[in-house]
Design a protein around this ligand. Structure first.
Ligand SMILES: [Zn+2]
Length: 142
C-alpha cells in the first residue's frame, strides 16, 4: 500500500495569490488561475499573466485530468512506519505546461508509468485541500 495520510506532508502557506488554489478542492474541483485576455493558465499563480502580461486573471475550473510526466518512489522512512510514497509531476490536460508536483495515490509504485492518465483527488488537511492524483477510473487510453 502507498501511504495516503496527511501526517508527513508539508502544508502550504496560504498567501493571497495561492489561497484559491489550495482551497479549491472544497467542492471537489481543481482550479488554476487563468488569464481572461489570452486564456493562458498561470501556475504557480501570480499577479500578471506570464504570456501576455495582462492583470485580468481569475481562477477557472479544469477537468482535473492529467498525465504523469515523471515520478519517483520514496522508500525512505522519513517518519518511522511510513509507507513508500510516489512523488510525481503531473501535467494537466488543458495545458500540458502546467505541472503540479504532487503525490500519486491508489496505485502501487510498480504500476506507475510515465504518460499514465490520472485524475485529481483531494486530501483535506486543516484548511487546505491537497490535490493528489490517482489513475483514471475509466481505465485511461490504450
Ligand atoms: Zn494572458
Amino acid at each position: 500500500m502507498v501511504a495516503n495520510g496527511p501526517s508527513f506532508r508539508l502544508l502550504p502557506r496560504l498567501s493571497d495569490d495561492v489561497a484559491f488554489f489550495w482551497t479549491s478542492g472544497e467542492d471537489g474541483v481543481l482550479r488554476f488561475l487563468q488569464c481572461n485576455a489570452c486564456q493562458f493558465f498561470n501556475h504557480p499563480p501570480g499577479p500578471v499573466c506570464r504570456r501576455c502580461l495582462s492583470r485580468d486573471l481569475a481562477p477557472h475550473a479544469v477537468s482535473g485530468r492529467g498525465r504523469v510526466e515523471t515520478f519517483s518512489v520514496n522508500y525512505q522512512e522519513w517518519i518511522p512506519g511510513s509507507e513508500p510514497y510516489i512523488l510525481a509531476w503531473v501535467s494537466i490536460d488543458e495545458q500540458p505546461d502546467v505541472r503540479l508536483t504532487t503525490n500519486l495515490v491508489d496505485v502501487e509504485p510498480e504500476d506507475v508509468a510515465i504518460g499514465m492518465e490520472v485524475e485529481v483527488v483531494f486530501e483535506h488537511a486543516d484548511d487546505v485541500y491537497l490535490p493528489l492524483f490517482k489513475p483514471t477510473s475509466d481505465g485511461g487510453h490504450t
